[in-house]
Design a protein around this ligand. Structure first.
Ligand code: AR6
Length: 183
């Protein structure tokens, strides 16, 4: 059975195959979780991002790219770009779902087993947290049903508000279908 795990804390210390970064379209770093990942992972991650920029000019909203993880304990960083919240007028729900799905697809393409997600778009990009959690969990559950290499997804909540929201929503997941840990 596949596993969903809730973790409160810092994604940069997770020992998983890949951590996901809530990046921006430039891939050049920023604040929030993006800043923490580049700061703690060292210059290799930015160098890899610059190569991707040279090749394809950044990363569109809802898309994902993969780099090394520099000095972080994970093997890879998957950089995805969530939407900025504009009152739901700009296809934000679909774009957030795509950010999760395209990250998972990239993980499968690299035959990864464990991936940790932050709460994409719920910081600087101001996506409503309940709604973002619902979209994230639904996308992961749908994708994991047919996943081959992926065995465990970790939802890493940095702030207590998101942690409580995820704890509540993950408690409703069918435990005959997924092992749900950390709630
Ligand atoms: N580990 C896990 N989650 C974290 C960490 C951490 N170390 N630090 C913050 N969070 P944000 P966004 C949580 O703003 O809304 C950047 O400048 C935080 O509590 O990092 O997608 C990028 O370059 C929040 O729940 O990302 C973009 O320009 C979640 O991570 C822009 O921000 C996402 O908050 C992206 O905005």
């Amino acid at each position: 059975m596949k596993t969903l795990r809730l973790i409160q804390g810092d994604i940069t210390i997770q020992k998983v195959d890949a951590i996901v970064n809530a990046a921006n379209t430039s891939l050049l770093g920023g604040g929030g979780v993006d800043g923490a990942i580049h700061r703690k992972g060292g210059s290799q991650i930015l160098e890899d991002c610059q190569k991707i920029r040279a090749r394809q000019g950044g990363c569109a909203v809802g898309q994902a790219v993969i780099t090394s993880a520099g000095t972080l304990p994970s093997r890879f960083v998957i950089h995805t770009v969530g939407p900025t919240w504009h009152d739901g007028q700009d296809d934000e729900n679909e774009l957030l779902k795509n950010a999760y799905l395209n990250s998972l697809k990239l993980a499968e393409k690299h035959q990864l087993a464990t991936v940790a997600f932050p709460n994409i778009s719920t910081g600087v990009y101001h996506f409503p947290k309940h709604q973002a959690a619902k979209i994230a969990i639904k996308a992961v559950i749908e994708y994991m049903q047919d996943a081959e290499s992926l065995a465990e997804i970790n939802f890493v909540c940095f702030d207590l508000e998101n942690f409580k929201i995820y704890r509540q929503q993950l408690a409703e997941v069918d435990q005959n279908q997924f092992q749900v840990l950390g709630i």
